[in-house]
Ligand binder design. Structure first.
Ligand code: 0A1
Ligand code: ZN
Length: 893
């Protein structure tokens, strides 16, 4: 049964009805309360008799008292969530003396070691939450991180209980010709009733969150990889037959990741088999289960006709991310979920470094910073702010955040910057050696880096404890000698539950250039440790211009009074590509925040636009830039970033963001650029328009082309319609096609509907491309976007059961300021309605829609009231999931 299209009622299923107890005030779990589990589980045997709507699970656990704990309690607590026992046996005999506590199974065991056998039944087809064992597109598949295993069978479902798994599964051969699990297949055979079975053994002890099972009608794209020690690994990418032609890029990305990790981190793969399976219903991007990664199809399938350049990069990055987890996550795992950034922050850094090597360092760094600023900075400034190592949670799924992942990566990147790549590698070698086979903590990681890389990180540890983006106020004056005295004043803002924070240890790469002679100063790394400190930096000439936080060394906000001429100079001349990008962004941010705050008179407004246009002009014509970088530099700061800049530019918190003003001013700036630089843009377009897809300059050309059309959409819609329609009609790849359609979607022009229909007709039935079709319309600059989204929600292809589809429409809409922040609050109401409708189906995905509404404190008062009212409406709804309850209550606190 296809749960993406067949409505199923959770209430109709007694197991799932139990699975949603939604206590009104779910308990708070605290990091400081950690206790080791009193038992160890050396071996786990599982047997699955598979069926789409009824699967029987038998587990046989060998358990022993944990010699490292002093507990003498006979109680064994096995976590469960919405499941019931059919039978419990202890040491081979039927056992009736068990009890339940919430979802958990409790048994009292007198001895030192026992075997525990439990039988449960589950209904994968009713599992719309997509945690545990679920059905997707006719196949069966699991997702166990963080606490999904307890929806399959009773188990100590915590990451510090490592066990060796042997798994047997059987099922109808016609429905499930392929049976996969972690590790190696050790036996298989046919039953005499149309069924078959397979037995798998994973030699590496693992926590339950890394367990995976897949059964379905799949085909593989396979190619062996030979490791540095000469072992051959069979690599398979499993998909539905119709998708096979779109798997080469994923397979090649896997090979590239395996090689890179050997060369860069000295990590070799440790099994003879590596399986990747693509599923269409998945809450997140992908999952690193040992030897059997499960992926959202979005991060596997790619060919030029259906995937953009960005999609290709995302596939490569996510494949790498999951592969790198084999060491940073699986061989060394987390002691408890508060340590999530131990594996996620480190693995994101590893995938970023890999992608820098594959795709080009400068552009990748700019993209990563853009993501951090769009997703993590707002989180750190809002009601859901938390340290990269949180102190408490009610629902761990809510902590798979940009803070834990992306800020976590930035924090480890700072360690690498301070140590240098080589010494950092010595630190990570020591970490892997010391903790291989263990469930470790962030503290273990920091200590290993201190010992192996020779750093002193006592004060640096505050990055793990303190939430909030540090702000550094920078001022400068010429010193007595031949230096520039630069004074740094740092503050870490208050965040929920945290006030009066200590100074951070912040590494910054800096250089002092000279605007008059154009001389570029030498880069140096400085380390800030105090609330206020002054450092003298060497001058390169008489008119010093400070280039600061080069390469975005630290995830901080720099505030400084800088003459606009200095920014123009940095944008045109800095030798650090990131600093160049930053200067251009700063020019635009200054103008747009001032304009949106109505601080500019006519002349000031014209002057701001002129400066941005001048800087743009030098970017358009600079022969030293490749088109990829040019395209990057041509992107104006996003409206989310401007929202932060506007709300955050007043430390007293009095100034609030006005998203519609920001939107209006940003569009006007685009118009000014399009009008002022029409000739330059036309000539650049002519240069890049016909560069072929496979040309080395093709990628950059595609980026530049779409940027130009987007600027013309604001300045000369008729010209943009012609340009974009031609680009669409002539496109031989998805990047050009999608770019053109994105521009057309914002226009009130007949070409819009024509091309939208053509796109739909061409790709009907291809779920990932139809997701793009929904997204383009929901993100569009069209004034009627809200009613378009309402209509799209009624479309036959729309379903609340598929997370990709829900996100393609509503996440896109929530990120469209013009629609979401509609004056009358109808955008907020729409998202609140989505949360309420989705919560009973898929709480994890529903809870992710809360944060856009949580911005209410930082927005002007009328909209703030409307947003808050929607949060309050959700908060009083009966039967809310733990996920949504937690996010809504934190957002209202
Ligand atoms: N560990 C995965 C992310 C992940 C987390 C939870 C999931 O449950 C739905 C799925 C995936 C990663 O970092 O890739
Ligand atoms: Zn990860």
């Amino acid at each position: 049964m296809d749960i993406a299209t067949t409505p199923t009622s959770p209430e109709g299923n007694p197991e799932l009805a139990d699975a949603a107890p939604t206590p009104h005030d779910p308990p708070v779990i605290r990091r400081e309360d950690y206790q080791p589990f009193p038992w160890i589980v050396p071996q786990t045997e599982l047997e699955f008799v598979l069926g789409i709507d009824s699967t029987r699970v038998t587990s046989r656990l060998t358990i022993k008292r944990n010699p490292e704990t002093e507990s003498i309690s006979p109680e064994l607590r096995l976590n469960g969530d919405g499941i019931k026992t059919d039978m419990v046996m202890i040491d081979g005999a039927r056992f009736g003396d068990w009890s339940m506590d919430e979802g958990d199974l409790l048994v009292n065991l007198p001895g030192e070691s026992h075997t525990v056998e439990i039988v449960t039944h589950i209904d994968p087809s009713a599992n719309t939450a997509l945690m545990g064992l679920f059905a997707s597109n006719g196949m069966l598949c699991t997702q166990c991180e963080a606490e999904g295993f307890r929806r399959i069978t009773f188990f100590p479902d915590r990451p510090d209980v490592l066990s060796t798994y042997r798994v047997k599964m059987s099922g109808p051969k016609d429905l499930f010709p392929i049976l996969l699990c972690n590790g190696n297949k050790v036996a298989e055979g046919d039953g005499n009733d149309g069924t078959h079975w397979a037995e798998w053994h994973d030699p590496w002890p693992k926590p339950s969150y890394l367990f995976a099972l897949v059964a379905g009608d799949l085909v593989a794209n396979s190619a062996p990889f030979t490791t540095q020690s000469g072992r051959e690994v069979e690599c398979n990418v499993w998909v539905r037959e119709e998708d096979l032609a779109r798997t080469d890029h994923a397979l090649q990305s896997l090979h590239r990741s395996m090689k890179w990790d050997e060369e860069t981190f000295g990590r070799e793969y440790d099994l003879d088999l590596y399986n990747i399976v693509a599923v269409s219903d998945f809450n997140m991007g992908a999952m690193e289960n040992k030897g059997l990664n499960v992926f959202n199809t979005k991060y596997v399938l790619a060919d030029p006709d259906t995937a953009t350049d960005a999609d290709f990069d995302a596939v490569e990055g996510v494949i790498a991310h999951e592969y790198f987890h084999n060491w940073s996550g699986n061989r060394v795992t987390c002691r408890d979920w508060f340590q999530l950034s131990l594996k996620e922050g480190f693995t994101v850094l590893r995938d970023q470094l890999f992608s820098q090597d594959m795709q080009g360092e400068a552009v990748k760094r700019i993209e990563d910073v853009r993501i951090l600023r769009a997703a993590q900075f707002p989180e750190d400034a809002g009601p859901l702010a938390h340290p990269i190592r949180p102190d408490s949670y009610r629902e761990i799924s809510n902590f798979y955040t940009a803070t834990v992942y992306n800020k976590g990566a930035e924090v480890i990147r700072m360690m690498r910057t301070m140590a240098g790549a080589e010494d950092f590698r010595a630190g990570t070698d020591l970490y892997f050696d010391r903790h291989d086979g263990e469930a470790a903590t962030c503290e273990d990681f920091i200590t290993a880096i201190e010992d192996g890389a020779g750093l002193e990180l006592a004060q640096f540890r505050r990055w793990y404890r303190q939430a909030g983006t540090p702000r550094i106020e920078v001022s400068q004056k010429l010193g007595d000698g031949d230096g520039l005295d630069v004074t740094f004043r740092q503050t870490v803002p208050d965040t929920p539950g945290q006030k009066n924070k200590g100074a951070m240890h912040i590494p910054l790469r800096v250089a002092v250039h000279c605007r008059e002679t154009g001389a570029l100063g030498e880069e140096q790394l400085i380390e800030l440790r105090h609330d206020e400190q002054t450092i003298s930096l060497p001058l390169a000439g008489p008119v010093p211009v400070l280039s600061i936080n080069r390469g975005f060394t630290a995830p901080v906000i720099i505030e400084r009074e800088l003459e606009s001429e200095d920014l123009v100079f940095l944008a045109a001349k800095d030798d650090d590509p990131f600093a160049r990008y930053e200067a251009l962004q700063d020019l635009a941010v200054r103008h747009l925040v001032a304009a949106a705050s109505r601080e500019l008179d006519q002349a000031g407004r014209a002057e701001g636009k002129r400066l941005v246009c001048d800087a743009f002009r030098s970017i358009l014509s600079d022969p030293a830039l490749d088109h990829s970088m040019r395209g990057e530099l041509m992107m104006l700061p996003s409206e989310t970033y401007l929202f932060e800049a506007m709300a955050g530019s007043d430390p007293a918190g009095i100034r609030k963001a006005e998203p519609l003003e920001i939107h209006k001013e940003r569009e006007q700036l685009k118009t000014a650029i399009g009008v002022t630089l029409k000739r330059e843009l036309e000539s650049l377009y002519a240069q890049v328009a016909d560069i072929p897809y496979d040309d080395p300059a093709g990628r950059g050309a595609r980026k530049v082309k779409t940027q130009i059309a987007a600027l013309f959409a604001a300045s000369d819609p008729e010209r943009a319609a012609v340009m974009a329609s031609r680009q669409f009609d002539q496109a031989d790849n998805m990047t050009d096609r999608q770019g053109a359609l994105m521009v057309l979607c914002g226009l009130q022009h007949p070409a819009r509907e024509e091309r939208l229909q053509a796109f739909y007709d061409r790709y009907q039935g291809n779920a990932l491309v139809i997701d793009k079709w929904f997204t383009l319309q929901a993100l569009s600059l069209h004034p009627e976007v809200l009613s378009h989204v309402k209509t799209l929600a009624e479309h036959a292809d729309f379903t609340m059961k598929n997370p990709n589809r829900v996100r393609s429409l509503y996440m896109a809409f929530a990120g469209n300021p013009q629609g979401f922040h509609a004056q009358d609050g109808s955008g907020y109401r729409m998202i609140a309605d989505v949360i309420l409708a989705l919560d009973p189906i898929n709480p994890q995905t529903a809870a992710r829609f809360v944060s856009p509404l949580g911005k209410w404190r930082r927005i002007e008062s009328v909209k703030a009231g409307l947003m808050k009212a929607e949060l309050e409406r959700i908060a009083v709804t009966e039967g809310l999931s733990r996920d949504t309850f937690e996010q809504v209550s934190r957002s209202l606190d």
